[in-house]
Design a protein around this ligand. Structure first.
Ligand SMILES: [Zn+2]
Length: 322
């Protein structure tokens, strides 16, 4: 790689973090779908917040696969036996086996968009709708006065199809105010705990105190979540994305605040690089048109930067045109 001063360096990247949604996490870590990709908590124990399960390690997973390989002769037997050990039986040679300094399980990071908003908050809203009835919740949401920084859902949220991350965030902001006096007090407390956790998890800096608040919020949720079982809204809490919250604090300690791993930026780039290009095409044989569109956008941007730089260098304009 060429560095800023023109020197060419030989670079050995280390795979340290892997940002993915749950199905991809299971695939790359070779964990059985439904189990935790980071620790040895099985699919039926995900609700269990009292036991601390040992972490999965890359060596263990690779060893399990090797053992199963030596014991079985057919692909179906390999699959079966792997799955019994909570390992994904569809993979035989994972890409990470020869990567030094990598632990693929440890490398799985928190993901605010998919885990918190499109996972945890999504479930929470559904449960509130079931418990307080969708109609009454919508009625309350419609009645809210318009306020700065809050989206007003004039038709409620029940009729929304394909809810985006931004919409879910806006619902999260008004949810608590709308369920007070509607749901049992334990359910309100449980919701507040989850919302607290979601907002704390998005702090851009942390210390022992703020990480402690995250633990407190999660403990408060665990204390009150059973209300959703008692009211028949849920039969269990074996939900991988809820269990994933248990790994947030340690991941933040290891890799830093969650804004380093948020997939929102890439979702945003999907708009810039794919959706806008698609709109600019004539929708026939679109791929070359889209790539040309992106290339032109890049050229225009870099030329504008160059012009701004020359102006600054020559002092021709005092204004900054960036
Ligand atoms: Zn786990």
């Amino acid at each position: 790689m060429t560095s800023g001063n023109g020197e060419v360096h030989l670079v050995h990247p280390i795979l340290a973090a892997y940002v993915a949604d749950y199905p991809e996490q299971c695939l790359v870590t070779c964990s059985k779908y439904g189990t935790c990709p980071k620790c040895k908590c099985g699919a039926d124990n995900l609700h269990d917040h009292t036991t601390k399960y040992p972490p999965r390690t890359q060596t263990d997973t690779a060893q399990t696969m090797e053992d199963v390989k030596s014991k079985t002769t057919s692909a179906s037997a390999y699959f079966e036996m792997c799955m019994e050990n909570d390992v994904n039986g569809n993979v035989t040679t994972p890409f990470w086996t020869d990567l030094p300094y990598t632990d693929i399980h440890l490398a799985q990071t928190p993901d605010v968009l998919h885990q918190l908003y499109q996972g945890v908050i999504l479930h929470l809203i559904k449960w509130c709708q079931t418990l307080g009835t969708e109609k009454e919740l919508d009625r309350r949401i419609r009645r809210l006065p318009p306020a700065l920084g809050l989206r007003h859902f004039k038709n409620g949220i029940g009729a929304l199809s394909q809810v985006s991350g931004t919409e879910r965030k806006n619902i999260g902001k008004i949810l608590l105010g709308c369920i007070i006096d509607l749901l049992p007090i334990a359910a309100v407390t449980a919701c507040r705990a989850i919302l607290d956790f979601v907002y704390l998890a998005q702090y851009t800096t942390h210390d022992d105190a703020t990480l402690g608040y995250m633990d407190d919020a999660l403990n408060l949720w665990d204390k009150h979540k059973d209300v959703f079982l008692h009211t028949d809204v849920r039969e269990d809490f074996d939900i991988p994305k809820f269990h994933a919250l248990r790994h947030y604090v340690s991941s933040i300690r290891l890799f830093g605040a969650t804004n380093n791993f948020n997939t929102e930026m890439f979702e945003r780039l999907h708009i810039e690089f794919a959706k806008k290009g698609w709109r600019a095409s004539n929708k026939r044989d679109e791929f070359p048109q889209m790539t040309q569109w992106v290339t032109r956008q890049e050229n225009i941007t870099s030329f504008a930067r160059y012009l701004a730089w020359t102006r600054r260098e020559t002092g021709a304009y005092a204004l900054n045109y960036d």
